[in-house]
Design a protein around this ligand. Structure first.
Ligand code: DP6
Length: 322
């Protein structure tokens, strides 16, 4: 039996990944840019055990079946293919995201699984190779291999990995946890439906490719206001292209909209913050680290808030892979 443990953190995209060029390889239609959060880690242990007849996946103490178990087993098949073995494994994963938060990010989950599984199966992969591997589990996981700011490239299987970007300044994210009370449609299905039916999809792809280049430049130049404007605009464009799918999908709740409005009002009042939201009702405000508590205080009237500084990249067996 061989065993390895890895820890990864979720990331929030400033320029979003929403659409695939290849669903089998999980290649994105455009590149994307994110910040890895210093909160809500996922810890995953993989034990390769030749006495097992099938893979076992235990999440927060509960053995999983159905889609989560199958996605994990398919991912382990990839790792086994690279390692040249058929041995099954037991995967035990713990995440620390508040359960109603909808941030139970597959990004941290597959980044941690990639690190732990590669190590347990005896593979020696670079951070770039781990990013390509994590991408196969969930696209956004490619970015959680790295701490701080990361850019995930579009391209073919060889070219599509994330790499670190310089932090534009000392920034933070304030996560406003909005419980919609509704069961959400998965981002995977919503992404597929958007690409297949939203008439705005081609415009979303061409505009996001341009936004990514502008946002990358804003990071390098330390232009926080420009990066923030691009972030908020890109999120609203993503939600627009999603709403235009047929049947329509709407992730933002009235509270989410109120949070976007509040962030804009704070900005008008001189407290610099910019809002974004993933495939759910939570809103995340990007701001300067020094302003994070003040922003959290202001948004606290509308939702529970958690302040996140930029977090670390993937750690495997106690060592950073970067
Ligand atoms: C809205 O990475 O969960 O968070 O590749 O199908 O697993 P799959 O999708 P996933 O989608 C993330 C979508 C997003 C935007 C982003 O993180 O860039």
């Amino acid at each position: 039996m061989t065993e390895a443990r890895a820890i990864a953190h979720p990331n929030i995209a400033l320029v979003k990944y929403w659409g695939k060029q290849d669903t089998a390889l999980n290649l994105p239609a455009t590149g994307s840019l994110s910040m890895t959060l210093g909160v809500f880690p996922t810890t995953t242990t993989v034990v390769v055990d030749d006495s097992l007849e099938a893979d076992v996946f235990v999440l927060n103490g509960r053995e999983q079946s159905g889609v989560p178990a199958e996605r994990t087993a398919r991912f382990l098949d990839l790792v086994r293919g690279l390692a040249g073995t058929g041995m099954r494994a037991r995967v035990e994963s713990h995440n620390t995201v508040p359960s109603a938060a909808g941030l139970a990010s597959s990004a941290a989950g597959f980044a941690a699984l990639a690190g732990a599984a590669a190590s347990a199966y005896g593979l020696q992969l670079s951070a770039r190779e781990l990013s390509r591997l994590a991408r196969r589990g969930s696209g956004s996981a490619a970015r959680s291999i790295f701490g701080g700011f990361a850019l995930w490239h579009a391209g073919d299987d060889e070219q599509s990995y994330a790499e670190p970007l310089p932090a534009p300044a000392e920034l933070a994210m304030v996560v406003a946890i909005v419980d919609s009370g509704e069961k959400q449609i998965s981002s995977r299905e919503a992404m597929r439906r958007t690409a297949a039916t939203s008439p705005f999809y081609p415009a979303w792809i061409t505009s996001t490719a341009l936004t990514l280049e502008e946002a990358r430049r804003a990071c390098v130049e330390g232009d926080v206001a420009q990066l923030g404007r691009l972030t908020e605009n890109n999120a609203l464009r993503m939600h627009a292209v999603i709403q235009a799918a047929a049947p329509s999908i709407r992730y933002l709740s009235p509270t989410s909209i109120a949070l976007f409005d509040r962030v804009a009002a704070l900005r008008d009042a001189g407290l610099e913050a910019y809002a974004t939201a993933d495939a759910g009702p939570n809103v995340v405000a990007l701001c300067r680290a020094a302003d994070a508590e003040a922003v959290a205080g202001e948004l606290g009237a509308l939702a529970e808030t958690v302040v996140a500084l930029p977090g670390p990249g993937l750690v495997v067996g106690g060592r950073s892979v970067e």
